[in-house]
Design a binder for this molecule. Structure first.
Ligand SMILES: [Zn+2]
Length: 128
């Protein structure tokens, strides 16, 4: 026979276990939010890169791509207002250097790479 009251210990263990489970639930919610923000910013980055390339090559699709970009940014600002404020500054800097002048090749431009690979005799973007 023992003199130790196991109920108290078991109750504490149960509370600790519940607290851990609750923490895991919160972590899962945070994880899902973080993943959604990552996906949205990834889509936003792709659209920004595409719109910059399209503008650099004078393509009409640039306006439609830019509208999609603004829609994604709107979703980010509504769902993640604090990260949005920080991301907005980064995006402004990234977008300002994403375009290239017409008439120049830019190795980072997806359209320049595609044109130079598929039509090796093609000139710089103004000929695209
Ligand atoms: Zn280009």
């Amino acid at each position: 026979m023992t003199t130790i009251d196991h109920r108290t210990s078991d109750t504490r263990s149960a509370s600790a276990a519940q607290a851990e489970q609750l923490a895991e639930v919160i972590s899962l919610a945070d994880y899902k939010d973080r993943r959604r923000l990552e996906r949205l910013t990834s889509v936003r980055e792709h659209l920004a890169t595409t719109a910059a390339a399209q503008r650099s090559h004078g393509l009409e699709e640039a306006a439609e791509t830019f509208e999609l970009l603004l829609s994604v940014e709107s979703i980010i600002s509504q769902e993640f207002p604090l990260p949005y404020e920080h991301l907005l500054t980064d995006w402004a800097v990234q977008d300002s250097v994403a375009e290239h002048p017409v008439g120049e090749w830019m190795p980072d431009c997806t359209l320049c790479r595609t044109i130079s690979r598929t039509v090796p005799t093609a000139g710089p973007p103004d000929a695209a």
